[in-house]
Design a protein around this ligand. Structure first.
Ligand SMILES: [Zn+2]
Ligand SMILES: [Zn+2]
Length: 133
């Protein structure tokens, strides 16, 4: 048995996904993930896709919480200016809660967006390297 990508190399491991033999330089190429070069590129693609889905879901939640903040602020403001209603305090509590949730979701979306870009950069870099492997 030889390395799938380097027919003159002894394999030192088997790819965790496709069970093909991989040599030392292939293992290093795949950043010691235990995958062959092709499976490693696939796993990076999947990872960036998952980050993208996460980003979209967090974006939807951010929009919902932002709208909640705005509506609660308007409702509280109307109650206060028209009636000096103590009920406005409840709405301003919602403003605080929705606002805090909005900030938290935005922070997570930023982190995931950063990870996605990092994964995509790595993927591009590895795709280029694959031709010289
Ligand atoms: Zn593989
Ligand atoms: Zn190899």
């Amino acid at each position: 048995m030889t390395c799938k990508f380097h027919p003159n190399q002894e394999p030192i491991a088997l790819c965790k996904r496709c069970d093909c033999g991989i040599c030392k330089s292939c293992v290093a190429f795949a950043d010691f993930s235990g995958l062959c070069p092709y499976c490693y590129l696939d796993s990076l693609k999947e990872k960036s896709r998952n980050y993208k889905i996460g980003e979209v879901i967090l974006g939807i939640f951010a929009a919902i919480f932002l709208l909640g903040t705005i509506f609660a602020a308007i409702a509280g403001g109307v109650l206060y200016s028209n009636y000096h209603d103590p009920g406005m305090l409840t709405f301003f509590t919602y403003v605080g809660v929705f606002g805090a949730l909005f900030v938290v979701v935005c922070i997570f979306a930023t982190i995931i967006g950063f990870k996605k870009r990092k994964t995509l950069r790595l993927l591009e870099q590895k795709k280029r390297q694959l031709t010289t492997l």
